[in-house]
Design a protein around this ligand. Structure first.
Ligand code: PMP
Length: 288
């Protein structure tokens, strides 16, 4: 935390931290599986991009940040879990405009909460609901301003579902509240929305694209409607913690036969092989 290793219980932020007052900050979540960070380079590249877009100075070099992340994992003895890191514009007297002088504030922590993508959810699939996308016009920046995402996720939870896929005002799916949304079309191609300011360019989305190119599975980047989602042959979602997770029900509609389909099951296996492989940086160089 801001250059020091401190116990989790005493780590706290200032009342005038701009992350706390204005959600003026960015974050990343990096999965750790069997002692290794998955797609760490891609996550740090996207972090750099988010900081650039918001004109927040990186508080340390990418190399130093990499060392800090490894040290936090080591000190917490995390074998499988994740790293959370957040950088805000820093502490300054409250004023909407950027402070002239403020040191960016950084927090990195790790815990052993395992990713769903390597466990039961990947084998059995999850349910999702659809909900209107109520977010702002720069969803490509990974900011801590997640209130609309929290509201969508809560709606899902209350419906007994795992995730909410959000749709725009034209009825096209943007993405999940904390995941990217995918369907498999009748020809077995993977379909997902192209990147724009409307969605976050998921690092897992990018590593999946690299991995399936090697496996000869085709990806089509185009928007798809709620209707198309409901009638899709298969549906799945991706995120750092979900990796590729099958979706077996959307709203009241059962997808396929209610069990993970063959294409998605293959993706689950591709990810399992990937995280156990020597190169866990398939997304590197693809973010920007
Ligand atoms: N979209 C949103 C809105 C998210 O919060 C996340 C998770 N960070 C994703 C997509 C998936 O991104 P990633 O694969 O990098 O975890």
């Amino acid at each position: 935390m801001n250059g020091q290793y401190v116990p989790h219980g005493v780590a706290s932020v200032h009342v005038e931290d701009r992350g706390y007052q204005f959600a003026d900050g960015v974050y990343e979540v990096i999965p750790v599986i069997a002692g290794r960070q998955v797609d760490a380079i891609g996550h740090r590249e996207r972090l750099a991009r988010s900081l650039r877009e918001l004109q927040i100075d990186p508080p340390m070099t990418d190399r130093a940040l990499g060392l800090v992340i490894s040290e936090v994992i080591r000190r917490n003895r995390v074998r499988t879990g994740h790293v959370y890191l957040q950088i805000t514009r820093g502490v300054a007297p409250r004023d909407h405009a950027f402070p002239v002088e403020a040191e960016p504030a950084i927090v990195v922590y790790a815990n052993s909460k395992a990713a769903g993508g390597i466990g039961k959810q990947a084998d059995e699939g999850v349910r999702v609901i659809t909900a209107p996308d109520q977010r702002w016009a720069r969803c490509d920046i990974k900011t801590v301003a997640l209130l609309p995402n929290c509201l969508a996720k809560q709606t899902a939870r209350e419906a007994g579902a795992h995730e909410a896929f959000m749709y725009d005002s034209d009825g096209f799916i943007t993405e999940g509240s904390s995941t990217n949304a995918w369907i498999v079309d009748a020809e077995g191609r993977l379909v997902t929305r192209p990147v724009s300011h409307e969605i976050l360019n998921g690092i897992t989305r990018l590593s999946l694209m690299a991995l399936v190119a090697e496996a000869g599975i085709e990806v089509v980047e185009r928007p798809f409607t709620v209707e198309e989602l409901l009638g899709a042959r298969e549906v799945f979602l991706t995120s750092a913690s979900a990796l590729a997770t099958p979706v077996i029900q959307v709203d009241d509609r059962i997808i396929g036969n209610g069990r993970p389909g063959s294409v998605t099951s293959r993706l689950v296996e591709i990810f399992r092989a990937y995280v156990a492989s020597d190169n866990v940086d398939a997304a590197a160089g693809r973010t920007v």
